[in-house]
Design a protein around this ligand. Structure first.
Ligand code: LTN
Length: 337
């Protein structure tokens, strides 16, 4: 700490920087993305300087239908705002609008070992973009001098690589990037598939009953919970081996803030049917205002456009400072003297 005392960025009043990204996908986010990540993003906005990004450049590492990618990007952006990201408090933007991301990613690719990337992906039948996905993610994060990156545990190895690249670059050229830490929120819930509670809830699950999407109708949410796979016992109790019930309890608890003991008491003597209905209704009720706000935003494209233009403008200004430093350090001749 002592030797950092004269660096203005480290003044105690500097709010820590948070950066996170989410891919635009059809049906937008799942209940898992929401309870595990996006709901928390909103809660961090007052304490931190937050930047949240719809990462459409990461999305094209697998084949996308152009029309769908375009409409999914707008819809993911609207949904992010509907989930409580306030574009006045946070920088909310779309990755491809801010060209510094691709520019820094190129530089970082030249400071990332082939072997390091090979360890990230099973690279049979993948394109070069997917192979270098982690260096684009490092660029996203490092451009904003990010302190904390709220991500799920599945992204931890990518974050580790971002740190390794940053440390390497700083070692070669002097302090350039802040070294980011993963931020795993205390309350982060890992939501499992409703059809196979030993698997993570995933937007690409083939079983339509496995995944609840944020924009599902109330009826469909309740149906999915009614058909959730549990076990052949009868007690609503959190216990090893009861993966299905544990998952429903953790969803119910994440929304109602009730402890497992409280939930157990609430459903004592009642069957799984009552419990599933209660969870389904609670989830539908939690998502109702998000859906309403999403519909309102999607009906006002001009407002959405003004938000993402403004977000991109702010993101460009901040990220350009880091890119300028990098270009100078590696010896790129400035375009104007
Ligand atoms: N790889 C992440 C999405 C992502 C991201 C980021 C997350 C891209 N860039 C920067 C945090 C910070 C995912 O698939 N969840």
């Amino acid at each position: 700490m002592e030797n950092n005392m004269n660096i203005p960025e480290n003044k105690p009043e500097r709010k820590k920087v948070i950066f996170s990204g989410i891919q635009p996908t059809s049906g937008a986010f799942t209940l898992g993305n929401y309870l595990g990540a996006v709901k928390n993003w909103g809660l961090l906005q007052d304490e931190y300087n937050c930047a949240y990004c719809i990462v459409n450049q990461h999305a094209i590492t697998v084949r996308q239908d152009p029309k769908e990618l375009k409409s999914n990007t707008l819809s993911a952006y609207a949904l992010m705002l509907a989930c409580g990201i306030d574009p006045k408090k946070s920088i909310a933007f779309i990755q491809s609008h801010v060209s510094t991301h691709a520019e820094l990613a190129w530089v970082l690719n030249c400071y990332t070992q082939f072997g390091e990337l090979s360890r990230m992906t099973q690279f049979k039948d993948i394109n070069a973009g997917l192979f270098t996905y982690p260096s684009l993610m490092a660029a996203d994060i490092l451009l904003y001098q990010t302190d904390l990156v709220p991500v799920g545990i599945d992204q931890k190895q990518h974050l580790e690589l971002s740190r390794d690249i940053a440390v390497r670059f700083n070692g070669l050229y002097g302090n350039t990037f802040r070294i980011p830490d993963a931020y795993i929120p205390k309350t982060s819930a890992k939501i499992m598939s409703l059809a196979d509670p030993t698997k993570k809830m995933s937007k690409s699950d083939e079983n339509v009953k496995a995944t609840v999407f944020l924009l599902d109708s109330k009826d469909s949410i309740i149906k999915k919970f009614k058909s959730a796979v549990t076990d052949s016992e009868m007690e609503v109790v959190y216990r090893e081996g009861k993966d299905g019930i544990n998952n429903l309890m953790s969803i119910y608890s994440a929304i109602t803030k009730k402890s497992y003991e409280e939930i157990q008491r609430e459903f004592e003597g009642k069957g799984y049917g009552d419990f599933k209905t209660a969870v389904g209704e609670t989830v539908a009720e939690e998502l109702r205002p998000i859906r309403e706000e999403y519909d309102r935003l999607m009906a006002d494209k001009a407002y959405l456009e003004s938000c993402y233009r403004d977000g991109a403008q702010k993101a460009r200004t901040i990220s350009q400072r880091t890119l300028d430093k990098v270009y100078k350090k590696i010896g790129f001749l400035p375009a104007s003297l």
